[in-house]
Design a protein. Structure first.
Ligand code: CTP
Length: 404
């Protein structure tokens, strides 16, 4: 099998420079990339850069190498088309099927997955014309990544930033890995909790756990690659925001509960991948707790935290919502998992065995997905993204038909 063929479309926005990094990631990970810039984008990054970084010619026009019929061939033979940055003008052209240069022609001839990573000023992104174009593209099966919030060109900040190239690359990888043209979670809102809560004892100390958040972030990335709108409630993680994800940072279990319940109100699925502390210190010392010479330390009294998974499972914020829990076990993994599934009342419980060197902080995971209908699906040791895709497969076929 040859290298996967990726078309990188670049339209005329300042974020075009970030596409150089995306291109480098794609080529270094074994993709054959053909860059198709628009004429306007060459004001930001020149043809020579694209040709040198991709090892392929980079043309903007259909009138070059006409005998090779590039306007048809490039799109037809692609395994993935990613347009980054996609300007408001490019989204409008794509939504309306215009074909006045090589990139727009390529978009019409491509039969593979097409991903747009828009970047523009907030006003342009929020304009009803742009929003309708985005909706049209999504309806037709394209994946349009929500822009990030942050610094824009000039002094402005707001929604419209191109997500980090590394994270756009992850979306591309996710789409290529599934090898399916149509994203199956389009129109769905999913809420994922990730990381580990910290329960403060005093201003400098807390009770915490070893969760890195990687499995939750893998779930967020794969859900974006499958077209979902994603809210990620992240407790004390040190990971880059995945592209297209609305990240809500929290610290404690009580904060996590509030953020998850708020986001879950209109969610199709809630996945509780976070390690939530079951207990918190009964009292918070406003000042640093000091040791006293000759005195034993005072015992730390704990109180129960709310069980968010059990609460959502028992009282679903939305009809037909699919609720997924995780269980980290050290002994009698399956028996404990089955009992926990019943106790929590969720639809799916992802059970994995943990130990000091196992699962926490690693890139790989192994699990069994237990379902309330009694089915049990073992997922072999592999990347956390692969487990995430199995979980979404299980969620997707339990979701009720999309509301009109
Ligand atoms: N969970 C939660 N709220 C809590 C504790 C846990 O929502 N206060 C969720 C976790 O996000 C996870 C699942 O419940 O999806 C399993 O958590 P775990 O701590 O393993 O289960 P417990 O019920 O606390 O069982 P035990 O500690 O006895 O193993």
């Amino acid at each position: 099998m040859g290298k996967p063929k990726v078309v990188l479309g670049v339209s005329g926005g300042i974020a075009a420079y970030k596409a150089c990094e995306l291109l480098r990631r794609l080529t270094e990970s074994g993709h054959d990339v053909r860059v198709v810039p628009t004429a306007a984008s060459l004001n930001f990054v020149g043809e020579a850069t694209w040709a040198a970084l991709s090892g392929n010619p980079a043309s903007t026009e259909v009138w070059e190498t006409v005998h090779e019929v590039p306007h048809v061939r490039i799109g037809q033979s692609a395994d993935l088309v990613i347009v980054a940055p996609a300007t408001a003008d490019m989204l409008a052209k794509a939504a309306h099927g215009l074909a006045d240069d090589l990139l727009t022609n390529t978009l019409l001839t491509a039969r593979c997955p097409v991903v747009f990573a828009p970047a523009m000023h907030t006003e342009m992104w929020e304009h009803p014309a742009t929003q309708e174009n985005v909706a049209t593209l999504r309806r037709r099966g394209a994946l349009v990544i929500e822009p990030a919030v942050g610094r824009l060109t000039g002094k402005d900040t707001g929604k419209g930033r191109l997500p980090d190239p590394e994270e756009i690359f992850e979306v591309c990888r996710g789409v290529l890995a599934r090898g399916v043209t149509e994203p199956d979670l389009v129109g769905r809102h999913v809420v994922i909790s990730a990381g580990g809560t910290r329960e403060p004892l005093d201003p400098v100390r807390f009770l915490g756990n070893r969760s890195s958040g990687k499995q939750g972030y893998a779930l967020a990335r794969t859900a974006v690659a499958r077209g979902a709108r994603v809210t990620l409630v992240a407790a004390n993680t040190a990971l880059a925001d995945p592209a297209g994800v609305d990240v809500v940072g929290v610290g404690t279990a009580v904060q996590l509960r509030e953020a998850v319940l708020k986001a879950a109100a209109d969610a199709d699925a809630v996945v509780m991948a976070a390690a939530v502390a079951d207990f918190r210190p009964a009292e918070y010392a406003g000042g640093k707790i000091k040791k006293k010479d000759g005195q034993d330390p005072a015992p730390v009294a704990l109180v129960r935290n709310p069980d968010v998974l059990a609460e959502i499972s028992a009282d679903r914020p939305r009809d037909g919502q699919v609720v997924v829990g995780f269980a980290a076990e050290t002994d009698d993994v399956l028996a404990n998992g089955r009992a926990k599934l019943r106790r929590k009342g969720c639809d799916l419980l992802v059970v994995n065995e943990v130990g000091e060197a196992k699962t926490f902080g690693s890139e790989e995971n192994e699990a069994v997905v237990l379902a309330s209908d009694g089915s049990e699906l073992p997922v072999p040791y592999g990347p956390k993204e692969a487990l995430a895709d199995v979980i979404w497969d299980q969620v997707a076929h339990r979701l009720p038909a999309r509301r009109a």
